[in-house]
Design a protein around this ligand. Structure first.
Ligand SMILES: [Fe+2]
Length: 251
């Protein structure tokens, strides 16, 4: 396992160097993140915290078990003009169809609930991030039990521009039955519903692990550390990665 991780990190390091040379925007994110780390300090690879059980139940019932519509990634429309970069991972339709067969992706429309979720998360993670941050995108999906180990369910780095973090909210908990999370050589599989993991999604190799017998309901919030808090309009796109330019953090 250690050899696989080292190999993947090295390959990723080479492709990252290449991408900085090709993308001035990525380079600006790098400079911005170096300044953030110098000013506020670095973070650990991951942190675990909890949502209140009642609020987690509300998320489960309104997003995953309620009337939220399911969207197929193969039919997902990417806005023509946007401040966001979108995933190119699902560019070929065969992969999209394979993902759709394994994962149920939701079209989140309960924006008041998401607004309240963001507010709760802000209060919970303020002591962890040590810096201000902005909330970028929110997604929700369910992994079916015993689904294939590929895409987000295989060990990977997200490849986001520097400074981004992800918060995973495991509404059905982390267990062998309901699914687990692997971060490098740690497998988190013994945590109650409402467990949240804040982690460096592009620095720490990670993988979702589908449950053995139950659905794995997950909410994911992408954030980025910044020098000041800015409220952005709530954005919930299943294929959105992050903003195109670090200057948009301060707009
Ligand atoms: Fe990921």
């Amino acid at each position: 396992m250690e050899k696989i991780i080292k190999n993947k990190i090295f390959k990723n390091y080479l492709s990252t160097c290449k991408s900085y040379l090709l993308s001035p925007s990525r380079f600006l994110f790098l400079i911005h993140n170096i300044l953030i780390v110098l000013f506020y300090g670095n973070l650990k690879k991951y942190y675990i915290f909890q949502l209140p059980p009642k609020f987690n139940d509300e998320l489960l019932s309104k997003i995953f078990l309620g009337s939220s519509s399911v969207i197929n990634l193969s039919n997902c429309v990417i806005p023509h003009k946007s401040d966001y970069l979108f995933s190119s991972f699902y560019d070929d339709s065969a992969t999209e169809l394979r993902i759709d067969a394994n994962i149920k992706t939701y079209d989140i429309d309960c924006l008041d609930l998401i607004r309240y979720l963001h507010k709760s998360i802000k209060d919970l993670i303020a002591p962890l991030t040590k810096s201000p941050f902005i909330i970028i995108n929110t997604r929700a999906w369910t992994s079916k039990p015993n689904s294939e180990r590929f895409g987000p369910n295989a060990l990977h780095l997200d490849g986001f521009f520097p400074g981004h973090l992800k918060i995973m909210i495991y509404c059905s908990g982390l267990s062998i039955a309901s699914g687990s999370l692997q971060i490098e050589d740690q497998v988190l599989n013994d945590h109650p519903p409402g467990t949240c993991v804040l982690f460096k999604n592009s620095n720490a190799l990670h993988s979702g692990i589908p449950g053995s017998s139950m659905d794995r309901h997950v909410l994911e919030i992408t954030i980025a550390r910044s020098f000041s808090f800015r409220e952005r309009e709530i954005f919930c796109h299943p294929l959105a990665r992050h903003l195109k330019s670090v200057l948009l953090f301060y707009k």
